[in-house]
Design a protein around this ligand. Structure first.
Ligand SMILES: NC(=O)c1ccc[n+]([C@@H]2O[C@H](COP(=O)([O-])OP(=O)(O)OC[C@H]3O[C@@H](n4cnc5c(N)ncnc54)[C@H](O)[C@@H]3O)[C@@H](O)[C@H]2O)c1
Length: 314
């Protein structure tokens, strides 16, 4: 047992299994007290009979720290407040917040229902907002905090689950912005993009990646690269422990790739190519002008990644 997080108190959502559980145990191993938050749902969000949170609480206690369960739903604003309150009331403060809870409900956009969109966006994006909204006043007041959000490679526009991809993109943008708002109060906000052999990956993601390869919307090499990294999350959760430690005070507003075999950093959103002219002199952009300048000045070396294809023969 180490003491890198000794005296720190953490709320970890989705901590009943998978990445959240591994993270809870790694933080407990370093001395943090933990609120283990888990609603207990299947990968598609269907409610299970019991939450796995209590088992993880026992595992944390064996490591010599204090831990409490919370069975709330991160997408519910009031439940999120109760998770933060449980930490402050039980342990005296909230120093670390890890937004890990997640579900996946893949469908092509033309088949996705409004409910399927709302459910997934609510858990990932609204859930991250809800918890951060309730934790940040405490962190700001005490001038210390570590917020760690969970993104996915899907945030780059992964097809066949745009509810999930767009929500994760929202979490990345949320991370960039929250870091700017909270940094001056010594509260950092970073995100990580994992690859791990969890229930979600085995039951859902791998199956849908293989379907994407079959449908020609993802190259096999991309899946091969991901499969190499499919080991338990215990291989990389020390990276989040590092981000949660005092040593990481100056690391803020970053989205990291964290897999068993790799640590990387995403570039910040920026305008890559820009063509400027004096708008007052030239007036509004004209259709012909756009047609002329786009290939020469802006879409340089551009390749359409999803060109039209002839319909498949039935
Ligand atoms: N496993 C991977 O390779 C991978 C890749 C990219 C992103 N992620 C992300 O990592 C996070 C954890 O995924 P995992 O692979 O450990 O999945 P998992 O299914 O093993 O665990 C997710 C946990 O979150 C809980 N949960 C779901 N909705 C909740 C809600 N509304 N309120 C409270 N708890 C809720 C579930 O009950 C479950 O215990 C997710 O955000 C996921 O999108 C995972």
């Amino acid at each position: 047992m180490g003491d890198r997080l000794k005296g720190r108190n953490a709320v970890i959502t989705g901590a009943g299994r998978g990445i959240g559980r591994a993270l809870a145990l790694a933080m407990a191993q370093e001395g943090a007290n933990i609120v283990v938050c888990d609603l207990g749902v299947e990968v598609d969000g269907t409610r299970e009979l019991v939450s796995p949170a209590d088992d993880v609480v026992k595992e944390c206690e064996v490591l010599g720290v204090r831990a409490v369960s919370n069975y709330g739903d991160v997408s519910n604003f009031n439940d999120a407040e109760a998770m933060v309150r449980a930490c402050v009331d039980s342990f005296g403060s909230i120093d670390i917040l890890c937004n890990i809870a997640g579900i996946d409900k893949p469908k092509m956009i033309w088949n996705m229902s409004e409910e399927e969109w709302d459910l997934v966006v609510d858990v990932h994006l609204k859930g991250t907002f809800n918890l951060t909204r309730h934790a940040s006043p405490f962190m700001r007041e005490q001038r210390y905090g570590r917020i760690i959000n969970c993104v996915s490679e899907a945030f780059m526009g992964g097809p066949s689950h745009l509810n999930y991809s767009a929500a994760k993109g929202g979490v990345a943008t949320f991370t960039y912005g929250a870091a700017k708002e909270l940094g001056k109060y010594s509260v950092t906000c970073n995100a990580f993009v994992p690859r791990a052999s969890t229930r979600m990956f085995a039951e859902e993601v791998l199956v849908s990646l293989k379907k994407r390869v079959e449908a020609g919307i993802m190259p096999q090499e991309q899946v091969d690269e991901i499969e190499v990294d499919l080991l338990p999350p215990e291989y990389f959760v020390n990276f989040m422990v590092y981000l949660a430690s005092e040593q990481a005070q100056d690391i803020n507003g970053q989205v990291f790739l964290t897999t068993p075999g790799a640590i990387g950093l995403w570039s910040q959103p920026h305008v890559e190519v820009q063509y400027r002219r004096d708008a007052k002199e030239h007036g509004p952009w004209r259709f012909e002008e756009i047609d002329e300048l786009l290939p020469k000045k802006v879409l340089i070396d551009y390749v359409n990644t999803a060109p039209p294809q002839p319909p498949k023969e039935k």
